[in-house]
Structures are given as structure tokens and as C-alpha cells.
Design a protein around this ligand. Sequence first.
Ligand code: 5GP
Ligand code: ZN
Length: 111
Amino acid sequence: MPDCLFCKIINGEIPSDKVYEDEIIFAFKDINPKAPVHLLIIPKKHYPTLNDIPDDEMGIIAEIHNVIKKLAHEFGVAESGYRVLTNVNREGGQVVFHVHYHLIGGRQLPT
Ligand code: 5GP
Ligand code: ZN
């Protein structure tokens, strides 16, 4: 998607601190981290929101969670704990309209 910030990050048009890449998933450090570990995990295919992923393509969400699990170990928060979240649309707090999951950890997060 030409005007999408995260599509530009995937194709290297906009630089990012990449932490993982395979054929279908890309992950990088959040530019404005809310905790010592704050990563964004995204599908390479552009979907504006979770609502836009067709039922028969929802397997990408399991793949994303598998990468999240690996990154949690790599970044040392698997045992201490971390939070995984995705914001959907305006009232959900979504700002960038390319599906992304936040992996946040490295400090005590509020309940
Ligand atoms: P949202 O509120 O849409 O769930 O989260 C978007 C996230 O993307 C925010 O945490 C924000 O800090 C991050 N972000 C926005 N622009 C950039 C950027 O250009 N590079 C990186 N690495 N992160 C970004
Ligand atoms: Zn995109």
C-alpha cells in the first residue's frame, strides 16, 4: 500500500530497527517505546485493521504470535512477563492502519 508507513518500513523506504524478518512477517523496535522492550510485529501483507483479515487468512495471527513468543525469549522477557496487544480503529487507539501487534515488557506493567 503506497501511502502506508509500515509498508514503507517493510520495503526499506523508511529505516527501522529490525529485529525479525521472514517471508510473511516483519518485526522492529517501536520508535516511542513504552517500556524497555517494545517491539512491533506485523504481517508483510497490508491489512488496515484486524477486521480486514479474511477468515481464511487468520492463520497469519498465529504465525505472528509464534514470532512474538520467540522474540520474548530473545529479548529476555519470556519468564519475567510481557504484554501482547493490538489496537483496532479509533476508539481502540489505533494510529497506524497496518495491522500490528505490540510486544511490551521489561518492567512491571499496570494491571
Ligand atoms: P498504534 O497506536 O497504531 O497501535 O501504534 C502505532 C505504534 O507505531 C506506536 O507505538 C508508535 O510509536 C509506532 N510508530 C509510529 N511511527 C513509527 C515509525 O516511523 N517507526 C517505528 N519504529 N515506530 C513507529
Ligand atoms: Zn501497510
